[in-house]
Design a protein around this ligand. Structure first.
Ligand SMILES: CC(=O)N[C@H]1[C@@H](OP(=O)(O)OP(=O)(O)OC[C@H]2O[C@@H](n3ccc(=O)[nH]c3=O)[C@H](O)[C@@H]2O)O[C@H](CO)[C@@H](O)[C@@H]1O[C@H](C)C(=O)N[C@@H](C)C(=O)N[C@H](CCC(=O)O)C(=O)O
Ligand SMILES: Nc1ncnc2c1ncn2[C@@H]1O[C@H](COP(=O)(O)OP(=O)(O)OP(=O)(O)O)[C@@H](O)[C@H]1O
Ligand SMILES: N[C@H](CCC[C@H](N)C(=O)O)C(=O)O
Ligand SMILES: [Mg+2]
Length: 487
């Protein structure tokens, strides 16, 4: 049990009815999880308003309620606390409740449209190899040093973040790398955390359903850097035209990295093949198993972050050469017929373009590049025609298919994608809604030395249709079909 007033430390409060000295056992923002003596935080969400569930939460045993407007009926024995923004209040309360765990380790947040999982996961790997106890909060998984937990979000809610950071404290973790999504920043999931550094990878089209305009999406990312403390570092990619924007109003130490522009940390691509990249980083050469020029940016960000966190430059280069690629990111297999199948999480126009350009720069021109791709339902619709255009322009054949249609009609998503295909590319395209059948068809169409790219789902192990998740794994599926081929 902990006193409500201790949990409310540093929360900006407008009004209180009741006693804040009351002891509470846990905090929750979902009335369905409320148990006796809990605090319920009412949040105005995108689907419903949590204030509607205040009465329900109290009936289930809540002894305190944090809200943005006081309910009409106030009950005796319940403490009501009014604040301006319950998302923000929740984040500060979560940190207090778990004993400000972000202060007891070095926390680095990575934000940007693409590359967050790659950079955070590789930093986790690198610091583990360097002998430290490390934490990771990523789209793929959560790691408390060697203990693995399932991830449900790229950036979980503030209670979950602080819960894992506390576990990391208990485990003696020294460094934690976390992905910071734009939804996460906007919903204050990361408010109140003590960051040692922030990293900006890049900014391109995504989530324009949630953030109304690109400028709004950019400014949400920027606010993460605006709020970094003075002692922290803000490391940004300045080859991206929004890199310097991120640094405009930050109090933290400004550090830049780039391949093309003048920057504090510079790299050059010397070789780019299926086997990996040969890079020159600040006058030293290093081999990495990561593939594609976009990964040169990721490797450089990892190098700079590691050095900023105090690791020896020579040691960092040695460890970079040992890094293994991240699951579902340019993960490939070559069949006995010499067909190469690549599974990649490219689910934005920019990522898809990068992956296809990388493959095209490596493949010789007389082989086919067969792309299997779709777009998620209940997500940004404006990226669909863009991805349709990119896939059909940069591949020799394309199969459009389902990628988590969620509550939408698969056919209408596929129609949106096809709208982006230019007339001269019509002959390249096929539509097979069932993703398993689409992957099977790609395998049957392929001949020796051809390349199949299966984009959009990467590490995911499910296909979500009408609220139900069915087992589905692109990499396993393509391996099975390739083994069944009789050519
Ligand atoms: C659109 C969005 O981001 N929604 C997130 C948000 O939910 P919400 O607040 O809008 O939920 P809501 O359903 O409107 O409910 C409002 C409030 O009423 C409460 N409630 C509701 C019903 C009830 O009976 N009782 C009750 O108390 C809910 O618990 C909630 O607090 O807050 C929830 C708790 O943190 C999140 O789980 C939820 O993520 C949903 C599931 C989601 O799909 N989010 C995706 C889009 C997302 O966040 N993605 C980013 C990655 C994006 C990227 O690729 O960069 C991520 O970081 O994962
Ligand atoms: N630095 C980069 N620049 C552009 N594209 C990249 C970069 N790094 C990775 N990609 C592409 O984006 C895809 C997703 O990469 P990753 O999972 O690291 O991004 P993310 O930012 O974590 O995505 P999410 O928002 O879904 O969490 C990769 O599979 C690859 O195709
Ligand atoms: N973090 C992203 C992942 C998209 C992956 C794609 N497979 C999809 O389901 O749309 C999102 O939630 O929008
Ligand atoms: Mg991610």
């Amino acid at each position: 049990m902990i006193a409500l007033k201790d949990i409310l430390y540093k929360v900006t409060i407008n009004a209180v009815v009741g006693n804040t000295a009351v002891n509470v056992s846990a905090i929750d923002f979902n009335s369905r999880n409320i148990k006796s003596k809990d605090v319920f935080v009412a949040i105005k969400g995108s689907a419903v308003d949590g204030h509607k569930f205040i009465d329900g939460a109290v009936k289930q045993g809540a002894v305190a309620v944090v809200c943005e407007s006081m309910p009409e009926q106030l009950l005796d024995g319940v403490t009501y606390v009014e604040v301006d923004n319950t998302h923000k209040a929740l984040a500060v309360m979560a940190s207090n409740y778990y004993g400000t765990p972000s202060e007891n380790l070095k926390l680095v947040g990575v934000t940007g449209t693409n590359g967050k999982t790659t950079v955070t996961s590789l930093l986790y790997q690198l610091f583990k190899k360097a002998g430290y106890k490390v934490g990771l909060l990523s789209t793929v998984k959560i790691m408390v040093d060697d203990k693995e937990f399932k991830a449900t979000h790229t950036t979980p809610d503030s209670l979950t973040i602080n819960k894992y950071l506390k576990l990391m404290n208990d485990e003696g973790v020294e460094f934690c790398f976390m992905e910071v999504s734009s939804h996460g920043i906007h919903q204050h999931r990361t408010t109140g955390l003590h960051f040692e550094g922030g990293v900006f990878t890049n900014l391109s089209h995504d989530h324009l359903d949630y953030h109304n305009t690109f400028a709004e999406y950019r400014d949400v990312k920027k606010s993460f850097f605006d709020n970094l403390p003075k002692h922290a570092f803000a490391l940004v990619n300045i080859d991206d035209k929004n890199g310097l924007v991120m640094l405009q109003n930050t109090k933290s130490k400004k550090v830049t990295y780039a391949l093309k522009s003048y920057a504090d940390y510079k790299a050059q691509i010397l070789e780019n093949q299926f086997g990996g990249l040969l890079l020159k980083i600040n006058e030293s050469e290093v081999w990495t198993r990561l593939i594609g020029s976009f990964n040169a940016y990721n490797v450089l960000a990892i190098y700079a972050t590691s050095v900023l966190l105090g690791l020896e430059k020579v040691e960092v280069l040695r460890l970079i050469s040992e890094l293994e690629s991240v699951s579902g990111r340019f993960q490939y297999v070559v069949s006995k017929e010499k067909i190469t199948a690549i599974v990649d999480y490219a689910h934005t126009p920019d990522a898809l373009k990068n992956v296809l350009e990388t493959i095209n720069s490596i493949r010789t021109k007389n082989e086919e590049l067969i792309t299997v791709v779709g777009c998620g339902g209940d997500r940004d619709k404006t990226k669909r025609p863009k991805m349709g255009h990119i896939a059909s322009a940069l591949s020799t054949k394309v199969i459009f298919t389902n990628d988590n249609p969620r509550s939408e009609q698969p056919e209408s998503i596929l129609d949106d994608i096809e709208k982006g295909v230019e007339p001269q590319n019509f002959k390249k395209i096929l539509t097979i809604a069932d993703r398993a059948q689409a992957i099977k068809a790609a395998c049957q169409m392929a001949h020796a030395n051809d390349i199949i790219l299966i984009a959009g789902k990467g590490h995911e192990t499910y296909q979500e249709i009408k609220g139900e998740r069915f087992d589905f794994d692109d990499f396993k599926m393509v391996n099975d079909f390739l083994k069944q081929l009789k050519k």
